[in-house]
Design a protein around this ligand. Structure first.
Ligand code: CP
Ligand code: NVA
Length: 294
């Protein structure tokens, strides 16, 4: 059964994720393939943390599909303070066709979902970043084959968890290398290790910041051996690609030379956010149309 929200990767079946990837690829290769399927649809967006890519890619993507996005500043609407989330969701469900939420606490997403009669899309929480993961795999499959060796290096954070989840559902080959004490919560079927030798022969090297938004401090020394730099890249396949969800901290998780080097696909990856999210929005808001397509 198709799930009517995009809070996390895992409840979605492999077939549904493949349909999303197919739709995203079509939207990218034939931007006018679909006749403004979200014309007349309004989506609210509440971002409790800073954002550039998520904000712009959703807004531009929705506009191109004929829909309209409303930014709701959490301060202006008093998110979680001015009224209970249940009342906020009861009301927003009467105005909007879907809601995108970036929250400090994943539990707030679940609370909103409980009181919502419209689809909710997770635009990043402390636990996961499923829209990112869909765009990441779209990018991997544009550049590499399905048996590519994908290696994520760094903190076992929200981005890492959603990557693990999507690789697990789609049976892709993922190795996660983290410092001890920073392994992801739910390894699923990824290989988890603490040794950088596991980068050997990688087709994809992926990293994210060592200190995520909302974290107060990080021991940089613990993470330093896990930096993607030229010597780490040299242990991967000669044609390996380098990925990062951005924003990056140059000189910490990745060096400037690797981030801006010829093997980096970070802008292609960021671009794909838009197509992946367009597909998610069509799936969630145009159910009957989606069933005709897939
Ligand atoms: N990758 C990503 O989600 O970027 P933003 O935080 O800028 O939205
Ligand atoms: N792990 C990062 C991702 C930012 C897009 C964070 O949560 O800050």
């Amino acid at each position: 059964m198709t799930i009517d929200n995009f809070i996390d990767i895992l409840p979605h079946s492999a077939a549904d994720l493949e349909s999303l990837l197919d739709c995203a690829n079509r939207l990218k290769s034939e931007p006018n393939a679909f006749e403004r399927p979200l014309s007349g649809y309004t989506v609210g967006m509440i971002l409790q943390k800073p954002s550039m890519r998520t904000r712009v890619s959703f807004e531009v993507g929705l506009n191109r599909l004929g829909g309209h996005l409303i930014q709701l500043s959490p301060t202006d609407i008093g998110f979680g303070t001015r009224e209970p989330l249940s009342d906020m969701m009861g009301v927003l469900s009467r105005y909007c066709n879907a809601l995108i939420l970036r929250v400090k606490h994943h539990t707030d997403l679940l609370a909103c979902l409980q009181h919502s009669s419209i689809p909710i899309i997770n635009g990043l929480s402390d636990e996961s970043h499923p829209c990112q993961a869909l765009a990441d795999i779209m990018t991997v499959l544009e550049c590499k084959s399905r048996d590519a060796k994908i290696v994520y290096i760094g903190d076992g954070n929200n981005v890492c968890q959603s990557l693990i989840d999507i690789c697990s559902v789609l049976s892709l080959n993922l190795t996660v290398i983290t410092p001890e004490g920073h392994a992801p919560k739910h390894p699923r079927n990824a290989t988890i290790t603490h040794t950088m030798t596991a980068c050997a022969g990688a087709d994809v090297l992926y990293t994210d910041v060592w200190m995520s938004m909302g974290q107060e401090s990080v021991d940089v020394a613990v993470f330093q051996p896990y930096q993607i730099n030229d010597s780490v890249l040299a242990t991967a396949q000669p044609d390996a690609i380098v990925m990062h969800c951005l924003p990056a901290v140059r000189g910490e998780e990745i060096t400037d030379s690797v981030l801006t080097g010829s093997q980096s696909v970070v802008f292609q990856q960021a671009e794909n956010r838009m197509y992946a999210q367009q597909a998610i929005m069509i799936m969630l808001m145009r159910r009957s149309l989606w069933k005709q397509w897939y």
